[in-house]
Design a protein around this ligand. Sequence first.
Ligand code: ADP
Length: 217
Amino acid sequence: MNILFIGPPGSGKGTQSKRLQDRFGLVHLSTGDMFREAIARQTPVGMKAKGFMDRGEYVPDSVVIDLIRDRLSAPDCKRGFILDGFPRTEPQAEALDGLLSGMGLKLDAIFQFDIAKQVLVERLSSRRVCRTCNQTVSLDQVKQAIEKCQNSTPNTCDFYQRSDDAPEVVGRRIEVYETQTAPIVGFYSRKPGFLKVDADQNQDTVYGILERALGPV
Ligand code: ADP
C-alpha cells in the first residue's frame, strides 16, 4: 500500500505517518527528515538544503527529486510507503508520476490535511521535537513526554525547537505552501483514492478517519 499525505506544515502529517507506519508496516518517507539527517551528517545534499530550510523556503526541485528517486528505489520501499512532504511543487508531482509508473507502482490513498492558517501558526510555534526518538509534541506536553521516557531505557529524551519553527520563519513556510503546494492539491483531488481530512481535530480522531479509509490490513 502506497500513501501520499499532502497538507501545510504543522497539519499533523508527520504524527499520523508514524502511527500508520507502525500499524500497516509501511516505510515513512519524510523529505524534511531526510534533509535534517543530511544536515546533521554534513553531506553535500545537507549543505545544499540548509540555507533554504532555515529561511522557510523550499529546497530546489532537482535536489529533492534526486533524493526521493534514490530512496524509492531502496528495497524496503517494496513493503509500501507513506510520502510525507513530497511532492510539494508541480515539477515534483510530475516527477513522482514518472517515477511511480516507471516502477509499476501507484498511489492507493491520497489524504489532504485541511486546516486553518491560524491553527498552524499556533501549533508550529509551540512544537517541540525529540532529538533521540523524533517524536513531536506541543510545549504543554513536553513534561509528560519526558516522564514517559524516564520509564523507558535508555532515557535519552531531549526536546528542542526546530530552527524553522521559530516564529519569524513559520509565516514564510505557510506562505510558501500556499503559493507552491496548494495549487497541486487540485491535481491530486481528481485522482482515485483521494480524501480531504479535517486536520483540526485531535490526533486520535484523525487517525481513526485514516485507518477506516484504508480498510482492514
Ligand atoms: P513541515 O511539513 O513541517 O514544513 P518538513 O520537515 O516536511 O516540515 O520540511 C521542512 C523543510 O524541508 C521545508 O520547509 C523545506 O525547506 C524542506 N523540504 C522538505 N520537503 C521538501 C520538498 N518536497 N520540496 C522542497 N523542500 C522540501
